[in-house]
Design a protein around this ligand. Sequence first.
Ligand code: SF4
Length: 359
Amino acid sequence: MEEELLRGATEPLLAWYRENKRDLPWRKERSFYSVLLSELMLQQTRVEAVKDRYTRFLERFPTAQSLAAASEDEVLKNWEGLGYYSRARNLWKAAKILAERGEPQTWVGVRALPGVGDYTAGAISSIALGLKEPAVDGNVLRILTRLFADGRNIDDAGTKKYFSDLLRKVFPPETGDFTEALMELGAIVCVPNGPPTCGACPWSGVCRAHLAGREAEFPVRSEKKARRIEMLDVFVLRHADLYAVRKRGEGLLAGLWEFPNSPSQLAPSGENQQLAPSEGNQQLAPSEEGGRGVGATFGEVLATKSAKHIFTHVEWRMTGYLIEAKERDPQFAWVSAGELRAHYAIPSAFRAFLAWLEE
Ligand code: SF4
């Protein structure tokens, strides 16, 4: 029953896609490497934010070989501002594998690449390799649960498997277009935030949720957990026009450069235990009075400002201190503002404090 409904909905969806698809740069080239790049860039990131960055990255690293030959710092610098930097590192590792062993030809081979989960493996397999492998994410689950008025919880792993199996049974020969059409419908018609525009949907005549006026009831999902809040003191230390930076260790934003920082002494107890520690953090703890004591530790505080950055599961609430340092502490690298902007990948979380840097 479900299979028949979906099979019948396939051709209208493809026809709608051909007419209405957005003109996006990654839809022009369908090589394995370019699809891998676009899919990794688009994970957790809006299409608008990715568009220019995709084109620029591809100009800088046009092939897997050119990316494989780059240094990690170069790759991270070219990813700067996109966030979720583990994607850049995974892409770099995947490029090395492609350069060495060639492109995989099966879903299993694609899935084995670093940073590639079930969804991305399905997208690459269907778009770049022409395989009948579905890519099921939250967007696809939303449109399918609405099409079938299906009350399964989309946060259950079994739900994803159920719809993946169903899609596999009806996959048309235009594998890439089918995958992209499902994504596109979820992105511009049956949207995640706000009501769907059913009047523009190729499925409006068959969609069970729409026919019953129950679009808002689907998808069903578990309640989201609240983000953990972490309080941070961030120190922009300046000494004779050079600024202190250090490389982050393992954990969140690993391998990127940052201003020295430490969990704020004002943090609610127990809330910042999981902050990825960088070497030297212990020595940075300013004083029991929180940031107000930093003057005595590092030098004169010239300015302070607050900033916030939201990650998927964590929110950083930061207090920044611009400080004229008494000396150049050797535990940090000391670089000019120009060098910092040109060669050091600083995560967006610290962007608010870059405005303090004088060229
Ligand atoms: S008819 Fe409406 S609810 Fe159903 S799939 Fe289309 S946009 Fe979504």
